[in-house]
Write a protein that binds this ligand. Structure first.
Ligand code: DP6
Length: 356
């Protein structure tokens, strides 16, 4: 009788929020970045993508993907690159052991769900491609390490390579033309700095106006600030940031994080036509962090923004009351934040996102 079994694997991948930003590609086809970047991986229990990958001889071709129950294309060059690489690794296993089922030739059914707004500048593509790669790698029983899999996820979305590892993760830009040294590297596990916290302020759940991919390409072509940022500013900050994380120096971590966010958004503004990701609510969050730090007489909170208006505020557990005291009253008076939909993302103000 024909084998009509359904093979299945499920996984979750967390969102990561960069404190040193990736912005600019040296090779768009292989998705190789101009500069290295570094991120903090948020807890799996907070912002994450859940993905189930199945394959079966009972399924029809082609492969399909549902994201939050809506069909998505898998025929983009990036998705195809990920699927091709994963199938090649599975096929290698099947060649070495003919008793293994030939999963590499079967159609795939992928079903993903985000528990946060998609494409609103909250690193949804990072968690999405990381979960897709991890789920198929599990389905295919691949033995590659997370760092090796990060080479595949990078081709889906650059920032996704950092979501395959927990804790504090660097993505080294690499120098090889084939990109084999452009992958994620663990700087420190979550347990290294257990007091670190991240508060996510969901300013807007709307889809961003300019996608990261398109925005960074225009920046590379038009911004005069970009070259200095990629060649001089970021390499120095990468070193400072890694040192700050390893020595748990929050003051330096915070200062570099904020200057780096501002440098990234300045580069966006220097792009022609200019790209605006921050809005009035974002700017109010920056002001609130500055006031919190002034009041405390030291740097106890740091803001960062990706390609959208939503703020991520990093702070340490000991300073939680002082940080939340600033944000909660403002968040509860919606008028103070204009007409935007402002809230602290689930699970609510009392228990901010815990950084993993
Ligand atoms: C601002 O990883 O979404 O979040 O590689 O084109 O998919 P593609 O871009 P993407 O860009 C993320 C940009 C950023 C900064 C960062 O996460 O480092």
């Amino acid at each position: 009788m024909a084998d009509l079994k359904i093979y299945r694997a499920s996984t979750t991948a967390p969102v990561n929020i960069a404190v040193i930003k990736y912005w600019g590609k040296r090779d768009p086809a292989l998705n190789l970045p101009t500069n290295s970047s570094l991120s903090v991986t948020l807890s799996q229990s907070d912002l994450r993508t859940h993905t189930t990958a199945s394959c079966s001889p009972a399924f029809d071709h082609p492969d399909t993907l549902l994201l939050n129950n809506a069909p998505q294309s898998l025929s983009t060059p990036r998705s195809l690159a990920c699927l091709r690489s994963l199938r090649a690794l599975r096929s290698g296993l099947e060649d070495a052991d003919p008793s293994l089922p030939k999963l590499s030739t079967l159609p795939l059914r992928l079903a993903s769900a985000n528990n946060f707004p998609t494409a609103a500048g909250l690193a949804s593509s990072a968690a999405g491609f990381a979960a897709l790669v991890r789920a198929i790698a599990d389905l295919y029983a691949l033995r590659q390490s997370p760092t090796e899999l990060s080479l595949i996820a990078r081709q889906g979305s650059g920032s996704a390579c950092r979501s395959l590892l927990g804790g504090y993760v660097a993505w080294d830009h690499g120098t090889r033309a084939d990109g084999l040294d452009s992958r994620a590297r663990l700087v420190a596990p979550k347990a290294h700095w257990p007091d670190m916290r991240a508060l996510i302020l969901v300013v807007s759940a709307a889809k961003k106006g300019v996608s990261s991919t398109a925005g960074m390409q225009t920046t590379v072509q038009t911004s005069s600030l970009f070259q200095t940022r990629a060649k001089e500013v970021v390499p120095k900050r990468m070193a400072e940031m890694e040192h700050a994380i390893l020595s748990k120096d929050f003051e330096t971590f915070a200062k570099v994080t904020m200057r780096e966010s501002n440098s990234f958004h300045a580069t966006c503004l220097d792009t022609d036509p200019p790209i605006f990701y921050l809005n009035d609510v974002s700017r109010a969050a920056i002001k609130a962090v500055e006031e919190t730090n002034d009041k405390a007489g030291r740097t106890i909170a740091a803001y960062t923004f990706d390609a959208g208006p939503n703020a991520v505020i990093y702070y340490q557990k000991a300073d939680e009351d002082a940080v939340l005291k600033t944000f909660l009253p403002i968040l509860r008076q919606k008028e103070g934040w204009g007409e935007t939909d402002t809230k602290i993302d689930d699970p609510g103000p009392a228990s901010p996102q815990v950084v993993e």
